[in-house]
Structure formats: C-alpha cells, structure tokens
Ligand binder design. Sequence first.
Ligand code: GN1
Ligand code: MG
Length: 359
Amino acid sequence: MNIEKAAYEFQTEGSPVECNAFGHGHINNTFCIITDTGAKYVLQRINKYVFKNPIQVMANTSSVTNYLRQRIEDPRMTLHFIPAKTGRYYYKDREGEFWRMYDFVGGFTLDMPETDEDFYQSALAFGRFQELLSDYPADTLYEIIPNFHNTIDRYNQFKESVKTDMVGRVAEVQQDIQFLLDREEMGSTLQKMLSAGILPLRVTHNDTKLNNVLLDTATRKSLCVLDLDTVMPGSSLYDFGDSIRFGAATAAEDEPDTSKMKLDLHLFEVYTKGFLQAAPSLTNMEVSMLPMGAYVMTLELAVRFLKDYLDGDLYFSKISYPEHNLVRARSQMALVADMEKKWTQMNLIVAQMADEIRR
Ligand code: GN1
Ligand code: MG
C-alpha cells in the first residue's frame, strides 16, 4: 500500500511531508497527512470488500457534503473533500485501490462520553444532520450497501451462515444463536413499518457512533458528523438507535465482561432530548418508536457480529484475537437483554421528553 504516493495525487496546499496512521474505524484505513506548508489532511483508503463500488460512495458523500455546505453558517459543520489532480473526488492507484482526502479541521472525537454534555452534543449533531437533509431527494442517492439496516435480511444471512458453518464454530455458540433466533420477530419491526409506509424513508447516516462526531477543541460543542460512507435512504430510527447502542452503553462495544454492559437510562434521556430538539420534523410515529430503534439496532449488530464470527471474520476483519467478533456479539446481546428489562422506562422517558419539547 503506497500511502505517500496516494497523498501526492490530491490537490493539497503544499507537498505532503508527513503521514501517520489515524483514528480507529473498523473498515477503512485512515492517515493524517501534513504538507510542507503545515496544511493537514485526512487520507483514507476505502475498503473494497465492504464498499463494492467506491465511486458510488464518493458520489453520495460529495453531493451530500456539497448540499450541506449551502445550508450551514460555519464551514466546519461539514466535511470538505479535496479533489484529486484528475479533478475527481477519488484517486485509483495501480493496484485498483481507491483513496480520498478531506480537510483536517482539528477537533477531537470520543469513544465514550466524558460528560452528559458530550453526548448531548452528539445528539444535536446527528439530529441536525437529519433535519438539514430532510428535503434532500433521497432517491438520487446510491444504495451503497443494499439492505444495510434491513434487519430481516440480516437475520436471513445469519441463518444461512449457521447452516453453512463455514469454519466449524456453530457448535460452540448454540446458546448465542438461540438468543438471537428468539428475537427475530422483534428484529423485523422497523423494516415492516418502513415497507408499509408507516415510517418515512429519509436520508440517514446509518453509522451514528459517538466517535463519528467531531467536537470543537475549544468549545467542546459538536462541529460535524464524520464517516459519511453509509449515507443512504433509511429510517431516522436507525440513526437514533445506533447512537444509543454505542454511546448510552455502560461498556465498550467489545467488553468481554458482559455483566458490565448495561443501558444507561440517564444518557438515553440526554440523547433523546438533543435529538428531538434538533430534529423537529420527526413524525409522532417515529418519536414513539425511538426505543424500538435502539433495541433493533443493538440486536442487528449482535446478529452481524455473530454471523461474521461464524463466517471466519471476513467482514469485521480487524480483530485483535480470534474470539473478538464473538465477544462483540455477546456484549451487544447483553445490552439487548438489559433494554428488555428497562423497556417501560425507555418508553416513559421518550414520552415525557416529547411532551416537553414538541408542544
Ligand atoms: C462499522 O467503520 P466503522 O467502525 O465506523 C460498521 C457499522 C457498525 C460498526 C460497529 C460499513 O463501522 O455498521 O455498527 O462497525 N460499518 C459498516 O462498530 O459496516
Ligand atoms: Mg463507518
């Protein structure tokens, strides 16, 4: 992988002189580039196993960011892609790998909220993102990963993997498989409501982890939303749900001690408040289904992690030890189980918040 060579292919201010690994996403390879004028950029190699059509990824992300740019006051409120010397928003190297570059605007990201305010800020950022794109023509976007949050389809693929037992791991995880199968019906809720038109189709981010929000170093306020690869038509409940799954949990996504993994109801309330304030165009039906969004997104990721463990870690290939994806699946299942215990409270919080904010 020739990172320096790729860095030279973009229209940077000055010539690249320094290149360091950056961030810790599961999918793409990311680097920070510094040029001889001190300008800083983020360079990424797009993962082709996950994103089969990187040109479509760049078409979606560049048109969404251009659209956002016309609707914000502070230019730091959206990513800004740097064209390659060819004028395109990507560079394809000799090995057929795709690269892209965007401005490094400073700021920082968090894996866990350090204060309530941090999490509240992320809710505002994702809520604003939803609101700003509420009139964007969703049907002009490519469906980058078909059925990405179609939980019914995720379950079908999972059951296929159980059947195939590609690397002989099925026998050791029978209980985990059963836990997920017992919840298949619940998992299908959002998809059914979307198909029936009860939930509206919107432009959604689809990967709303806390660490995909850039915070301003000086003010600690949210600047913009990062990682736009999976921006596609979807449900607002995907975005709300994935944020809760990741940021309102009491332990890391890959915490091996599942007894530490719970839903923090206070953080759930904090996020709900910010999201509802920033996205007034949500329908009453969407609002009432917010707890279901959190539940289904957590369940779905458990299904995805366990499926990948059964397949031999093909998709979530960045693992630190052989059982990593199993550990990830189990931590998500623990969170699902805790949400079941707190279901009544989750619904009450949403109802009270909606009452307060949406009068
Ligand atoms: C992947 O690349 P990253 O780490 O932002 C995944 C998400 C999962 C997440 C779990 C394209 O996101 O769907 O929720 O890992 N992205 C893709 O950490 O599959
Ligand atoms: Mg991502």
